[in-house]
Design a binder for this molecule. Structure first.
Ligand code: ATP
Length: 243
């Protein structure tokens, strides 16, 4: 479960995130969409404990990110929009390094790493240096690393950038499976077709505020238009003049 209470971030007078209140049940794939500059990345950075809110609170499975950052981070898997990789490590070394940060070790870890490499279709390149990986392979490795500690909440900023259609399909299936197993996936994306396809709930943010939220049907009602998410999005954010 993810909960925002009056979440606000002000950068030198700019209200990047403005008094967000939200509750997302466990096991939900949640889409966070909005125009450029709406405050999506700022919100995600606060959820991951990278940025401190100006005001308000974020609870991850009941843990207050500001008060219990270590405990909260143990149950979060964060996939940033511009991830950092140690290019001189191999894929398998990077996963071992990441597991080490969570204090994971032992025989089962080796098995877990091989399973993850297999799941993300990286087994063949496991011992190659990351610097030789394609963009899509790096993206899949980042995702594998982000879920190595079996997080309860996965926070992902623009998951599909750089993935080819096969990679994107694979990642969608993995997100769905993680949610079926009870994880919550919070994703920000500009790919509205992706949000429409896999998210059970969506919030549209604009100028730091949630301007509509709920299921696709809820959003249709709030927008007063029927149709796909693109049409709803444009209506709500002012890009669609008339219905
Ligand atoms: P995009 O879709 O373009 O990635 P976004 O929805 O992720 O946008 P943010 O990057 O969170 O939006 O930015 C929200 C607002 O905060 C924008 O007005 C942006 O200019 C401002 N902003 C973001 N980071 C900073 C910063 N470090 N200092 C000052 N202002 C910032």
């Amino acid at each position: 479960m993810i909960r925002f209470e009056n979440l606000t971030k002000i950068y030198r007078g700019i209200r990047a995130v403005d008094d967000l209140n939200l509750q997302i049940p466990q096991g939900t794939i949640f889409g966070f969409i909005g125009p450029n500059g709406a405050g999506k990345t700022t919100t995600i950075k606060m959820m991951a404990g990278v940025l401190r809110p100006t005001r308000g609170r974020i609870y991850i499975n009941g843990l207050d990110i500001a008060k219990q950052p270590s405990e909260a981070k143990r149950i979060i898997g964060f996939i940033p929009d511009r991830p950092f990789l140690y290019e001189k490590l191999s894929g398998i070394e990077f996963l071992r390094f990441k597991a080490g940060l969570y204090g994971m070790k032992g025989d089962r870890l080796g098995e877990k790493i091989l399973d993850l490499l297999d799941l993300f279709e990286l087994s063949y390149w496991a011992d190659e240096l990351i610097e030789s990986y394609s963009h899509g392979m790096k993206q899949r490795l980042i995702m594998a690393a982000a879920i190595i500690h079996e997080p309860k909440v996965i926070i992902v900023d623009e998951p599909m950038v750089g993935l080819d259609p096969k990679g994107a399909k694979l990642v969608k299936e993995i997100f769905k499976e993680l949610a079926r197993e009870g994880a919550t996936v919070f994703m920000s994306t500009h790919t509205l077709a992706l949000a429409q396809e896999i998210c059970q709930q969506i919030a549209i943010v604009d100028k730091g505020k949630i301007v509509a939220s709920g299921t696709s049907e809820d959003l249709e009602k709030q927008a007063g238009v029927r149709g796909d998410l693109e049409r709803i999005f444009l209506k709500i954010t002012g890009g669609l003049a008339s219905t």
